[in-house]
Design a protein around this ligand. Structure first.
Ligand SMILES: *Cc1c(COP(=O)(O)O)cnc(C)c1O
Length: 494
């Protein structure tokens, strides 16, 4: 299968590329991103056939449907990463929390958040491709807290790949920061910056347009790639768990094969929800995808009104920071899938030039065939955490936003799978405050308070972070990031 560009082709770049090229060189004509030329159809028997398949076998079948140009042994090694999750037999458990509501837990990997679902196999694939081509890659990433640890974890000590990761000092939880600053592999560089996540992202962008920086990379023969969800190599692994979660409900006897359900997705950059959308288009019986957002409710606005309007919005820091986003990159892939490249290009250019766009009434109707949405405030989220804990389920503030959408955005009484994107350990101060009323605790105290309240143990990997030596202690002003990265590349030649 070939991959084409969301904003059409400029006549200079290749008009279609293979899966491996789309992963290694994610930049497209007119600032677009790669999309599958057409989605495979799973076919009538697929779900029946894979009713009892392991996660890996199901994953292999989905990759085969996309005809990815990756060697079998690389795919095997990539999917083997899922055996390192809590339950080697099932990386994604699905838990019943109400009569018609189930939580699919995407956080059982190394860094305790859903980014591991895609980044664990992605790291193996990208490094293997780089080795096969005998090329060196640099992955630059700016993180609000979850992508950074997951990217460092998957690429540590991997051949032909280096990672430089920028995070806002003071802008992440203690656990997230420790997961980064205690990483010691030679091919990793972690840089704290004075500023917030926007500043980190901005710094990354200006670095990418710096002539001196690009010249240095050329001179060292280093290629740049990306590990965020604009890279289709991540999206493909975010499709599999939607199908798996559906089949889990069938296996548990909660739904019959073919029964329509809702998926309920806490969303920011829209990679998770896009995976659900693709699965739905490929034949998974999904009524609609409920998009849950926080007070940065740009996605709710789009899905309810057809208007994407940044003119009066500014980013709000919420207790679900991984969803604090105003420019949601993967919406572009939805625009492409529903309205084609020409329209996607026009809308995206209007967004960057005028900071808003509006869909036509017909387009909005089309969007609403697939999506419904609602947003959840921090206060509402805390109430859900408390309420749901009282019924025996502990969840993080991102997962909590799904409960609002579940209550308000469903049009039919169908069973619903909500996605849990982070373990309680990653956002413990907010959860502790929801459960005990006490505010402002540090992670170490909040973790202990929750462990007591819920009578559970703090996972070993999280507890150990507090005793690990800090090996990445650089915190700089934005102006000094380039020098830090150049020094890193100089000291760690390929
Ligand atoms: C990244 C992340 C999200 C948002 O996922 P998208 O695919 O960007 O929409 C939600 N919750 C958590 C905990 C995350 O780390």
């Amino acid at each position: 299968m070939q991959f084409i560009e969301s904003r059409g082709n400029d006549g200079i770049r290749p008009s279609a590329v293979s899966f491996s090229s789309a992963i290694l060189e994610p930049l497209c004509s007119f600032g677009g991103i790669y999309v599958p030329e057409q989605l495979p159809d799973l076919g009538d028997d697929f779900l029946q056939q894979h009713k009892d398949s392991s996660y890996q076998i199901l994953a292999r079948a989905v990759l085969a449907a996309f005809q990815v140009d990756i060697d079998e042994d690389v795919i095997t090694a990539a999917l083997d990463r899922y055996t390192l999750f809590d339950d080697p037999e099932n990386p994604v458990p699905v838990v019943k929390v109400r009569d018609d509501l189930y939580v699919s837990e995407l956080y059982h990997g190394a860094t305790r958040a859903f980014k591991d679902m895609a980044l664990q196999p992605f790291g193996v694939v990208l490094s293997s491709l780089a080795q096969q081509r005998d090329e060196e890659y640099l992955i630059l990433t700016a993180t609000s807290g979850d992508t950074g640890p997951a990217a460092l974890e998957t690429f540590k000590n991997r051949a032909n790949v280096k990672v430089a990761c920028l995070y806002p000092d003071g802008g992440t939880s203690d656990v997230q920061r420790l997961q980064m600053v205690t990483e010691s592999a030679d091919n990793l560089k972690v840089i704290g910056i004075h500023g917030n996540f926007d500043d980190a992202q901005h710094a990354l962008k200006s670095l990418l347009s710096s002539a001196a920086f690009k010249a240095t990379l050329r001179e060292k023969d280093i290629h740049l790639s990306a590990a965020n969800s604009v890279n289709f190599g991540r999206i493909i692994f975010q499709l599999i768990y939607h199908i798996h979660s559906y089949l889990e409900l069938v296996r548990q006897g909660e739904i019959s094969l073919g029964e329509m359900i809702y998926l309920d997705v806490p969303s920011g950059n829209f990679g998770n929800a896009l995976g659900g959308f693709y699965a739905m288009q490929m034949g998974l019986p999904v009524e609609k995808i409920l998009i849950a957002s926080n007070q940065n409710n740009i996605l709710t606005q789009l899905i309810k009104t057809g208007h994407y309007d940044l003119r009066h919005s500014s980013l709000i820091a919420t207790t679900s920071p991984a969803m604090d986003i105003l420019i949601s990159s993967n919406i572009e892939r939805i625009l492409f899938a529903l309205f084609g490249a020409r329209r996607a290009k026009a809308l995206m250019l209007q967004l960057s030039n005028e900071r808003h766009y509006a869909l036509t009434a017909t387009e909005l109707q089309e969007l609403q065939r697939y999506f419904a949405a609602d947003f959840c405030t921090d206060e509402e989220g805390k109430d859900y955490i408390k309420q749901v804990f009282a019924t025996g389920y502990l969840m993080d503030p991102h997962t909590a936003t799904c409960f609002k959408a579940y209550e308000t955005a469903r049009e039919k009484p169908l069973k619903t799978i909500a996605y849990s994107t982070a373990e309680w350990t990653k956002f413990s101060p907010t959860i502790a405050s929801a459960l005990t009323g006490e505010q402002g605790a540090r992670d170490s105290d909040a973790l202990a308070a929750i462990a007591r309240a819920a009578d559970i143990a703090i996972p070993e990997s999280i507890q150990a972070l507090f005793d690990k030596p800090i090996t990445q202690d650089v915190v700089v002003d934005k102006e000094n990031i380039e020098a830090e990265i150049l020094a890193f590349l100089a000291h760690h030649p390929a």
